[in-house]
Design a protein around this ligand. Sequence first.
Ligand code: SF4
Ligand code: SF4
Length: 304
Amino acid sequence: MMRKTAFGYSTRCNIRCEHCVAADAIPDNLKMELDQAKEIIAEMAAAHILGISFTAGEPLIYLDEITELIKLCHQEYGIYTRIVTNSFWARTPELADNCIVQLKENGLSQLRLSYSRWHQKNIARQNVLNAAQGCQKNGLDYFISFVTDFSQQDDACEQYLRDHDLIYFPEPVIFAGRAESFDRLPIHTDYQENCCLMNPYLAPSLDMYGCCDAGSHFTRTNFFHLGNLKDSSIEQLLQKSETNSLYNHIRTLGITAIASFAGFKAREIIQYRKCELCEKLFNSPDMLAMLQREAHSGLNARYR
Ligand code: SF4
Ligand code: SF4
């Protein structure tokens, strides 16, 4: 398994999106010290992590510090790097160029630009366009992460990306954090596997989680909490993630088959979003205890 991780340098953000999953359960002003982040990256390199995605709040509030970390990853360790950003820094094409050139010259591999009807209440969509076109112009790989609840309200947002011929991937809004109370539109998906790669996420508090999306919100069971770097090494926490039987069932068997094993009807399963179904399974102490008992027996027999 190729080791990759999401790296939360700071939880601080300059805007407050209504749908933000990285909010409310955790303080919004946690930040690592730069020297500490450098030491952690050295430890990650020693543990053969080959890709780091800088995420959490808005990383580019700390542009110069993140640039130093990107340079370290690239020049010292040959680590692939990505930054997830809301493009606040790209108000004009010139400002976008300045930032992109700085990051590219220091070795950044890719920018992931967040975009949605919620982000764009705070950041003009022109910023995202400036950032994407700046990447095209300066030869930096990018894509737009188009967060959507698949309602018709998002058609105009999507059309804007098409009209400008931008590379984007729709991503379902995760109903956790501030989006926990959002109305859910009824959906019916295919009966699909719903496997997850489960890249770990390191928070500025030095807690590491087995999943970087909704997983840190499973607070009834702390199912995805791997531990804290104050008590364990990166290598120990990664091994914990890679050898956890239920995590491996999520990676290979998928959430859908686990839910079926747990007694969910097929008709019910297709009405859930993936992370919601995951929450039903792994954030319930009783259900989790049953699945842990079955991890090496009943669940193993489910492979086809
Ligand atoms: S979704 Fe991203 S840009 Fe919006 S508040 Fe959360 S961290 Fe900031
Ligand atoms: S389904 Fe579970 S493991 Fe997969 S992304 Fe959602 S919370 Fe994480």
